[in-house]
Design a protein around this ligand. Sequence first.
Ligand code: HMG
Ligand code: MG
Length: 302
Amino acid sequence: MTMPSRIKIVEVGPRDGLQNESSPVSVAEKINLINLLCESGLQAIETGSFVSPRHVPQMADSAEVYAGLNKDNGVTYQVLVPNQRGYTDAQAAGVKEIAVFAAVTETFSQKNIGCSIDESIKRFIEITGNALQHGIKVRGYLSCVLGCPYEGEVSPDVVARLTQQLLEAGCYEVSLGDTIGIGTAGSTAMLLQCLHRHKIDPAQLAMHCHDTYGQAISNVLVALQHGVATIDASVSGLGGCPFAPGASGNVATEDVVYMLNGLGIEHGVDLPRLIKAGSYISAVLKRDTQSSVARALAAKPC
Ligand code: HMG
Ligand code: MG
């Protein structure tokens, strides 16, 4: 299959990146980060989650963050919603796009959102129906598509069935989460070939890679080679899931952009401006960037 000529990057740093941080990040700092990401040309940014503050305190200020964002710049801001309460709160905040998130293993589903896979799908069918009636777009996530921290290997056929269920529920796309970053080029290819056999259109898929084993950028390349044209990434390689022990950050957006530049694939993001956003959040977190590209460019003599 030929690679897509244009890629949409979904920036998940302000949500996936910051949901796992032990040091507090203020509402103003989150808004500054999102504004810098917008200035880099990113068109889709996950800005927070309407989840239980008891389970994920880092996201408790998501409504405040959303309220402070510039809504006139054409950028799509997405927020995670785990249940009806989260949907009601997100709708009250005025969001135009939500993401529902299921898992492909029972243990992860219970640990992450406190219900079985079937219950979660039923819940998300209802929420998606309501959201679409109110003109709110819905993206779907599946976690642990290449392996689970609790149950180990997962069946690609199960991933295919759940992907179809989320698409039938009305999600416009399903993001395939390698939550613990365990996948390889080989297992990513096998999964995408399985979804192809199940007649799932790659135009309705996104790839969401964590980099625990250093495989994320090669797994993204494999996704492109299988026609996937939406890639989730996190500025500075921030990220992790509080319910996936040992999982590291997402593939760094800077590294994805650098690779796409090398492949001559359009993406609309300005790398120096993106690096500025990464430097900003790294300074806030008092931590070095996890992006190899940002590090290499910073070390390059002028
Ligand atoms: P629960 O404790 O089972 O909820 O949590 P409950 O329905 O029993 O309610 C308990 C209390 O929480 C009640 O309050 C509810 O009102 C409140 P009380 O009566 O005790 O005062 N509550 C809420 N408050 C605010 N917002 C809500 C909400 N719902 C209930 N939405 C729940 C169930 C789903 C809420 C919880 O498990 C939860 O919040 N889970 C979210 C976990 C999460 O955010 N995980 C990380 C994101 S997923 C991820 O990172 C993977 C991804 O990146 C892809 C990948 O990498 O694979 C997407
Ligand atoms: Mg993630």
